[in-house]
Ligand binder design. Structure first.
Ligand code: NDP
Length: 682
């Protein structure tokens, strides 16, 4: 007698243990074969306890770490997941994804961890508080100032995800949350949760994340959202109907819970009037539309749903699209020759067919669906529709068939093309294919308020372009209106979504104590040692140097002008400089001031200061004439030791004044300084 194989039962990782629901749950089927893959159920799991566990255990552990420590943790995690990637590719076939589709989900997701980690380490200090912008002096005598700071929320991030990106959907959201210092509870869509569960198992097995910082709920959300508090964040990706229901959830409304939603989006691709057949932009446009209609069988939030083209080119575009679509090989993605897999489930196919029927009230079918639909796999062919009077129609702009379906729409002039994109009432992304700068300007400025991202495609960027459909970790992903009104990714902006911005006001010395950053007006500490002689082990915030003063002569100005070649009239021609409304005769070059300042504050001997890597916020405030005397006050403003190097960044406040103590220039000098330095070092 052969043993009946046990079907895999998905587990949830909650409150420190793997758990299964008490009910029979739902069977999840392979999208191509219909074979059972797993069973999912979350009945009777204690979700209030899980949220509390995340806040108490995970949040506390994460907040003990600095931004750089958390970012390095993510990098280590990304490396560990990359080593296991083949496991995920194998499992992903069951979702209907081809290997190419899975690359976006798996390696795209892991790449997002790498990218967010590196952005955070480059653009955030290695501290536990993020100081945003400059301090605002609030009194004339610098005794009362204000400073915006961001600190991690002390709740938990609840991420409710869609079925189409079981890996990327999780990773792109946990990356910014974890770097911010906020623990996460991920609830993948049931349909493809087996792949998310596999990845979470691998993540937890690495032991890289502190306990409580990542939890997983496999199965329906149950009473999850009932327990969210004002320190929690809820993000949602999926259908507008569910999203809107959640947005109105009493716990979210009453506790003013941060809620980010990404829902239906009828993204457009617009062919410029200049991009006639034969032009490279025409070919690029056709290729991109087909790629976006068919990647992940059109189940992508950024897929092109509306193909907006000049009226006279519409028939040629339709022919070119049909020709390319006819070359698709549809089938089980385990077969390497297959270029488009099935939809994620039979239900999903049913949904798409129902939406196509609704779209037909506005549009005629140009091609597809072809043949009988198989019963055991969720296969379907791409469907191209044509709506001849799109300005007068609504369905084609509001009904999202979440599959390989798009509608061709002609326009008569650029204004009309822009207006058609607006009829989507807010989208994640649009693309414009043109080589005409005027068209690019008019279209992009007209479309921008309705879009989170716009890609301009032309011959020059063809080879390097990341394409219409790829959200990038460093650029905003999200869109207004119908697209949900949310914003994800976008570099460190994404991390800030998980933190509270607080305006702190007080005496500069106390502000400095809070922020770990010296604030103008706080006392400086001068001692007998030049601050450039101090390693990071010795240097303290507020260590200060006040230099001797140096006269600026006319010879200096002329020498600098001849030496550098900068003989601008304001430095060389007394009469012309006198006619300039800002100057009273010839003035010193700004860069001469900066150079003299360096000559005044630098300690020339070999020492712990390794390099000057730039200046920030340079402003020239009072003109310098021949005969003026310059003096510099240099103060250690922010010290940020690197974890994985034997040096760190030091930001110095540099104030240059004249003989009347008027500020002449102010800027931040950015240096790399060794953690340790011995005076006797060779
Ligand atoms: P749903 O809105 O049904 O589900 C999205 C997520 O919400 C899933 O994790 C789901 O869990 C969860 N969910 C459902 N009901 C609740 C609830 N009452 N409380 C808390 N969470 C809940 O969308 P689908 O993923 O099924 O996709 C349906 C449609 O959404 C697609 O056909 C497409 O039109 C659109 N969509 C749009 C996307 C976009 O970004 N633009 C992305 C994906 C989908 P469970 O699966 O367990 O029910």
């Amino acid at each position: 007698m052969t043993a009946v194989p046990q079907m895999r039962v998905l587990e949830s990782y909650l409150a420190g243990a793997w758990r299964v629901g008490k009910g029979d749950g739902q069977e999840l089927l392979d999208a191509s074969t219909g074979a059972p893959v797993a069973r999912i159920d979350a009945s009777d799991l204690d979700l209030a306890e899980a949220l509390d566990h995340g806040r108490r255990i995970g949040g506390k552990a994460l907040r003990k770490m600095s931004y750089h420590e958390r970012a390095l943790m993510l990098k280590a995690l990304a490396q560990a997941l990359m080593d296991k990637k083949e496991l995920f590719y194998e499992e992903s076939f069951a979702t209907g994804a081809t290997r190419k589709d899975s690359w976006i989900d798996i390696e795209g997701g892991i790449g997002t961890l790498f990218a967010m980690s590196s952005k955070a380490r480059r653009e955030m200090p290695n501290t536990r508080v993020f100081v945003e912008g400059a301090a605002e002096p609030l009194s004339r005598d610098d005794t009362f100032s204000g400073q915006h700071v961001l600190t991690p929320l002390q709740g938990i991030a609840v991420h409710i995800n869609a079925f189409n990106f079981p890996c990327w959907g999780m990773l792109e959201k946990i990356a910014p949350a974890l770097i911010a210092g906020v623990p996460c509870l991920v609830k993948p869509a049931s349909q493809t949760a087996y792949l998310t569960e596999l990845m979470v198992r691998q993540i937890l097995q690495t032991g890289i994340l502190p306990e409580g910082s990542l939890q997983l709920l496999c199965g329906s959300a149950g009473d999850l959202v009932d327990h969210v508090t004002g320190q929690d964040i809820v993000t949602f990706t999926g259908s507008a109907a569910t999203g809107q229901m959640l947005r109105r959830h009493p716990a979210i409304v009453q506790n003013s819970v941060r809620f980010t939603m990404e829902a239906d989006s009828l993204n457009a691709a617009v062919l410029g009037p200049d991009a006639a057949p034969g032009e490279p932009e025409f070919e690029l446009f056709v290729k991109e539309v087909v790629r976006e209609m068919t990647a992940k069988a059109g189940q992508k939030c950024t897929a092109i749903r509306r193909i907006i083209v000049p009226r006279k080119m519409a028939p040629t575009v339709a022919d070119a699209l049909n020709e390319r679509l006819s070359r698709l090989v549809i089938g089980n993605p385990r077969d390497e020759n297959v270029t488009m897999g099935p939809l994620a489930s039979l239900n999903q196919r049913q949904e798409v067919l129902a939406r196509i029927d609704e779209l037909r009230s506005d549009a005629a079918v140009v091609s597809g669906p072809v043949g009988d639909l198989p019963e055991s796999g969720a296969f379907g062919s791409p469907v191209l529709l044509h709506c001849d009077r799109p300005l007068a129609c609504e369905a084609v702009h509001t009904i999202e068939a979440f599959g390989p379906v798009a509608t061709l729409m002609p326009y008569d002039d650029v204004d009309e093309a822009v207006e058609l994109t607006h009829k989507g009432k807010g989208s994640l992304v649009a693309s414009v294919f043109t080589n005409d700068p005027g068209v690019a300007e008019e279209m992009v400025l007209g479309m921008a308020p309705f879009h989170g991202r716009i890609m301009i495609g032309n011959r020059q960027s063809a080879r390097s372009s990341t394409g219409h459909g790829s959200p990038l970790p460093m650029l905003v992903h999200g869109g207004p209106g119908r697209a949900g009104g949310g914003e994800e990714l976008g570099g460190i902006r994404a991390i800030k979504h998980y933190m509270q911005r607080t305006a702190v006001q007080g005496a500069p010395a106390l502000l400095g104590a809070v922020t770990g950053r010296w604030v103008q007006g706080a006392p400086g500490k001068a001692d007998s040692r030049h601050p450039f002689r101090k390693s990071l082990a010795e240097l303290r915030i507020g260590d200060q140097l006040t230099t001797r003063s140096r006269n600026v002569s006319l010879e200096d100005i002329e020498h600098f002008a001849q030496f550098t070649g900068d003989t601008f009239y304001a430095h060389m021609d007394e009469d012309a400089a006198g006619r300039n409304p800002f100057f009273d005769g010839r003035v010193a070059h700004g860069y001469l001031i900066v150079s003299f300042a360096a000559g005044l504050f630098v300690d020339p001997e070999e020492g712990p200061v390794l390099a000057n890597y730039g200046v920030d916020n340079l402003r020239f405030m009072t003109p310098v004439n021949a005969g003026d005397a310059l003096k510099v006050q240099l103060t250690a403003k922010e010290i940020s030791p690197r974890i994985s190097a034997d040096y760190g960044e030091v930001r110095w406040d540099c104030l240059v004044t004249n003989q009347k103590d008027e500020p002449v220039a102010r800027y931040d000098v950015l240096t790399l300084v060794a953690k340790e330095w011995s005076q006797t070092a060779p």
